[in-house]
Design a protein around this ligand. Structure first.
Ligand code: PEP
Ligand code: MN
Length: 341
């Protein structure tokens, strides 16, 4: 339920509404937007009559949030969410490009890639150190050693780090290194992990599950938001369909659908959504044309010898060309690429 306050409502009137929400056993989420102060009453509200709040001083109107996700909905928060990570803005007018290898493989590999992607225009460095591989015999990632190399790459370039977390038991060790936690497609409905991340203030890039609907993605985001962490980026990364000429099928529809249903930043991962380096740039351009707020792209200096996802990884030169094209499309739409000094 949303309690929308009058423009001239006093702090005491806002406090009084908050007290009534708490007395009803509900959680309070205060949103002080440009237009209005909206107080969310979150929990089992369906049996609660709206009149309880409508009659309080300073209240303009009370609305029920019709979607099953509340805090993630645009109805609850009409203004786009944006936040800054190490001085880089995510979710604003600027389009952010995150890039790096699928996995951290060695110190030399990640440092070389970090310099290359920064030079090309990326504003954050990705790199997995715990990999969700289909086969238990495939490369599983370097673990904490890889995080050390990533931290050195950040020191050398200033790029914030985006790293996948697979389980909440990794949280204490990883939080000292990571700037944005990636929650992978296979973990989108790992509710324990979502709750644990929700209790931190570390930003999150939440990927859509392989067979998840857009609504399910938003419900997963709701878990993180409900814990008090509002620094959430949603990421379309392709879904599983009957089509097998590409690794996944890019659901480009998800971009405008998400943008209309939620205030959270929407990114797209053309590497996993296509699984083929030859298609990555086309889909990257399509994503930005469709209104995405950014991209996460796999880049490797030597894709043929990558330990994971080499087939879909761009060489730095190709990535650089992609960023130029994406920048041009952004400009046509009145946006620009995010930059790092
Ligand atoms: C990845 O980013 O390397 C990854 C495993 O992604 P996803 O969870 O989208 O498959
Ligand atoms: Mn990968």
């Amino acid at each position: 339920m949303m309690i929308i306050m009058q423009n001239n409502a006093t702090p005491a009137q806002v406090e009084n509404v908050i007290k009534h929400i708490k007395d009803a056993g509900l959680a309070v989420h205060l949103s002080q937007g440009v237009e209005a102060t909206i107080i969310g009453a979150i929990g089992e509200t369906h049996a609660l009559p709206t009149e309880i709040f409508e009659t309080l001083d300073g209240v303009e109107t009370v609305q029920r949030i019709t979607q099953p996700y509340k805090l993630a909905s645009r109805q609850f928060k009409p203004d786009n969410t944006s936040f800054s990570v190490r001085g880089i803005n995510f979710g604003g007018n600027a389009v952010g490009v995150i890039a790096g290898p699928c996995s951290v493989e060695s110190k030399a590999q990640i440092i070389e890639t970090a310099h290359a992607v920064k030079e090309a225009g990326a504003v954050a460095l990705r790199g997995g150190v715990f990999k969700p591989r289909t086969s238990p015999y495939a490369f599983q990632g370097l673990g904490e050693e890889g995080l050390n190399y990533l931290a050195q790459a950040r020191d050398a370039t200033g790029l914030p780090l985006v790293v996948e977390i697979m389980s909440q038991v990794q949280l204490d060790m990883m939080r000292d290194y990571v700037d944005i936690f990636q929650i992978g497609a296979r973990n989108m409905q790992n509710f324990n992990l979502l709750r644990a991340i929700g209790e931190t203030q570390t930003a999150v890039l939440l990927k859509r599950g392989l067979s998840a609907t857009i609504e399910e993605l938003l419900m997963s985001a709701e878990y993180v938001l409900a814990g008090g962490n509002t620094n959430v980026i949603l990421c379309e990364r392709g879904i599983r369909t009957y089509e097998n000429s590409t690794r996944n099928t890019t659901d480009i529809n998800a971009v405008p659908v998400l943008k209309s249903h939620t205030h959270l930043p929407v990114f797209l991962d053309p590497s996993h959504s296509t699984g083929n380096a030859d298609y990555v740039s086309s889909i990257a351009r399509a994503a930005i044309a469709a209104g995405a707020d950014g991209l996460i792209v796999e880049v490797h200096p030597d894709p043929a010898n990558a330990l994971s996802d080499g087939k879909q990884s761009l060489k730095p030169e190709r990535f650089s060309q992609m960023v130029k094209e994406v920048g041009q499309i952004s400009q046509i739409l009145g946006r620009r690429l995010a930059t790092i000094h």
